[in-house]
Design a binder for this molecule. Structure first.
Ligand code: CDP
Ligand code: MG
Length: 672
């Protein structure tokens, strides 16, 4: 195994069900007919029916990739894009990255040969900046559209616009649930009259095709009373199933990495006391922060006499299909983004799922034979769940997409054709932020060059602003590093079971008094001088070698962007000591403040933090250097919610006066 891509290829079990047995096989002709005939085809089918892996292959075989055209399949999640690309490459007997490739932010595995390309919907939107009609693509399949991720919704709006100018473009929208009609109505509305030839719904625009996949019945079992600790209960349920049920793998839905790690640990601990003659249990995590190989373990079949227990986030709800699951344990929660326009802060918090999600999760148990779903909540709570999840566009920070839409020439956001309109308050708040970052002018037009460049950089607007301001603070080289490191989203540190103390010691070794950003800079500089060649140095320092190598690659890509803007990157030498370092540190922190002023907070006498308007109580995350330390004003990169506490991660000390400087103060004035 030499690289990620090889690893993916070699981990997929080579024995799989022939694709001719999949439900979709019978629909091949009608699918191709609809796609040939109508600009828009909506495909509805159970998870596992073959939409993602088969449709692009049908299209390729039918000639949609001739004359160097590409079939694109978008995914809301990076993980899904990489795993399904690996699968399709394998099925079609090609090497991943050649005929079949994928492209996700900071990672492009495609070549001039690529005919089928999996990518995140956010990335396709970004491609539209350079190629506004997405002219390389003959067919664009928007997969998992029912999830209604922010980028999916925006992409659908943009595709609708493009299709008016490109009648040859074919759009396929695939959905695991019954929202098909809403999608078709969206493409159909405001069409000129259909004429008499097309009295059917969808007129001349499109059609819905449904692939009735075979599903076995799944028994839903509810908890008798409210569950206090669902992680604990999920673990107990695993062992109840293991001791009383026949064979079949278990899939547990939890909300995030920390819960998953805890559950895996608890299962592993308890599994040691199983009777030596009993079947073993193999717990495996599945969440987005894992490396590609780690993610692929879950697809391998378990060794003989072993029950696989996959502990997953919402990824396994519809995006990836794992065979052999007979039991599902559903905690009833999912981590969802929620942007509070009052505080200007976006959180990721555990929220009760919808009925549609609960059904979808249960369905994962009935793919190969009748299954059971253990719901860790009461039937009454189930009844009180909302029917469907609120689309992200109605509960997210819209600044990144508004910036992108503006860059695509869509100036009037309120008139943009959204599948569901965002609340005016969220739009106003996003415009305000972009304005105070200097990306928009008084007429809400992109500023040049700042706003235009911010839109082009593949990082969120606040970080983009920091990067673009760094030359004037004389710390571009350092900010490039910090940006790459925070783009790893917390995957920097790594420890084996029971080595948490070693990790804490290692972390202290790199600690910089002023906060996490400078600490990350320190870690990176040590890595490139001492640890780049082999994984051992990282292991000794509780660092994740893969992530650190990824940081190097991300940094190079960001650097290339800046060079394309004509910004010269002078690399400064690492490891300078003395007053220079202190001065540099201050410049870096000032520079960070130019982007993150909206994420400023002040420490209270009780050690918690309060946002600027005082309305939100925040805690330093245990992984932060500011955990249990004193500070006054700080800025932070992101907010995480666990249990009922709101944590801030990647925290750095600043001076209050920096917040009141120049453009920064406009943000606060606007608000008060
Ligand atoms: O997209 P949809 O949910 O309709 O189905 P799919 O992802 O195309 O999966 C079709 C079949 O391929 C299922 O039987 C999956 O189990 C299998 N598959 C797999 O074994 N490994 C993957 N990485 C992806 C799909
Ligand atoms: Mg799929």
């Amino acid at each position: 195994m030499t690289s990620d891509s090889d690893a993916i290829g070699s981990f997929i079990p080579s024995l799989h069900k022939p694709s001719s047995l999949l439900p979709i096989a019978r629909h091949r002709q009608s699918l191709l007919y609809l796609i040939e005939t109508f600009p828009v085809t909506i495909v509805v089918g159970q998870t596992g029916s073959g939409k993602t892996t088969q449709i692009p292959q049908f299209l390729e075989q039918a000639g949609w990739c001739d004359e160097n055209k590409i079939v694109a399949v978008t995914q809301p999640r990076r993980v899904a894009a990489t795993t399904v690309a690996a699968r399709v490459a394998e099925e079609s007997g090609s090497k991943l990255g050649e005929e079949v490739g994928y492209s996700i932010r900071f990672e492009d595995l495609t070549s001039a040969k690529t005919r089928i390309k999996f990518l995140t919907d956010g990335l396709l939107l970004r491609e539209a900046l350079a190629d506004p009609l997405l002219s390389r693509y003959s067919v664009i399949m928007v997969d998992e559209a029912h999830e209604r991720s922010l980028s999916t919704d925006v992409l659908l709006g943009v595709l609708k616009k493009i299709s008016k100018r490109r009648p040859d473009l074919r759009i396929v929208v695939s959905s695991a649930t019954l929202q098909a009609e809403a999608f078709l109505r969206f493409f159909d509305r405001d069409q000129v009259s259909h004429g008499d030839n097309n009295p059917e719904a969808g007129g001349s625009i499109g059609r819905i095709i449904s692939l009735e996949g075979r599903m076995y019945p799944v028994d839903a079992l509810y908890s008798e009373e409210a569950v206090e600790d669902y992680v604990e209960r999920a673990v107990k349920t695993v062992f109840d199933i293991h001791s009383s049920e026949a064979e079949g793998d278990i899939l547990i839905f939890l909300t995030g990495r920390e819960e998953i790690d805890t559950a895996i640990q608890l299962i592993a601990d308890r599994a040691t006391s199983l009777h030596p003659q009993a079947a073993s249990i193999l717990p495996l995590p599945l969440y987005a922060g894992l490396t590609s190989e780690q993610q692929l373990y879950v697809f391998d079949s378990a060794p003989e006499n072993t029950r696989k227990v996959i502990v997953s986030t919402n990824i396994a709800e519809a995006s990836v299909t794992i065979d052999g699951i007979v039991f599902v344990i559903d905690c009833g929660f999912v981590k969802l983004r929620a942007f509070n326009p009052k505080t200007g802060i976006e959180t990721l918090s555990a929220t009760p799922i919808s009925k549609a999600s609960a059904t979808q999760r249960a369905g994962r148990a009935g793919r190969t034979k009748p299954g059971k779903c253990y719901r860790l909540y009461t039937e009454a709570s189930y009844e009180s769940l909302p029917e469907a999840t609120v689309p992200e566009v109605q509960r997210s920070n819209l600044a990144p997409v508004i910036l992108q839409l503006k860059a695509l020439g869509i100036d009037n956001i309120l008139r943009f054709d959204f599948l569901t309109s965002p609340p005016a308050e969220l739009v106003a708040r996003a415009l305000e932020l972009l304005f105070s970052l200097g990306g928009l002018d008084d007429y809400a037009k992109l500023t040049r060059p700042l706003g235009v460049r911010m839109a082009e950089l593949s990082v969120e607007p606040m970080l983009a602003k920091v990067l673009l301001s760094s030359p004037s603070f004389d710390c571009l080289s350092e900010i490039l590093t910090i940006s790459a490191m925070i783009s790893l989203q917390g995957a920097v540190w790594f420890h084996h079971d029971g080595e948490k103390r070693a990790m804490d010691t290692a972390r202290r070794k790199f600690a910089v008094e002023e906060g996490d950003h400078l600490t990350l800079l320190n870690v990176y500089q040590a890595f490139v001088t001492k640890g780049k060649k082999e994984a051992k140095w990282c292991r000794d320092n509780s660092l994740n070698f893969k992530s650190m190598s990824r940081a190097v690659s991300i940094r190079n890509q960001l650097r290339r962007y800046l060079e394309r803007f004509g910004i010269n990157v002078e690399e400064s030498l690492a490891g300078k000591k003395g007053p220079d370092v202190v001065k540099k540190g201050e410049q870096i922190r000032k520079c960070l403040t130019t982007g993150y002023f909206a994420h400023a907070a002040r420490m209270q006498p009780d050690g918690t933090f309060r946002t600027v308007n005082g309305s939100m109580v925040l805690h330093a995350h245990p992984s932060s250097l500011m955990f249990n330390r004193k500070a006054d004003w700080v800025i932070f990169h992101e907010v995480l919610e666990t249990g009922n506490k709101t944590f801030i991660r990647d925290v750095t000390k600043i001076e209050k006066s920096w917040l009141l400087d120049g453009s920064l103060s406009t943000y606060y004035q606007v608000k008060e």
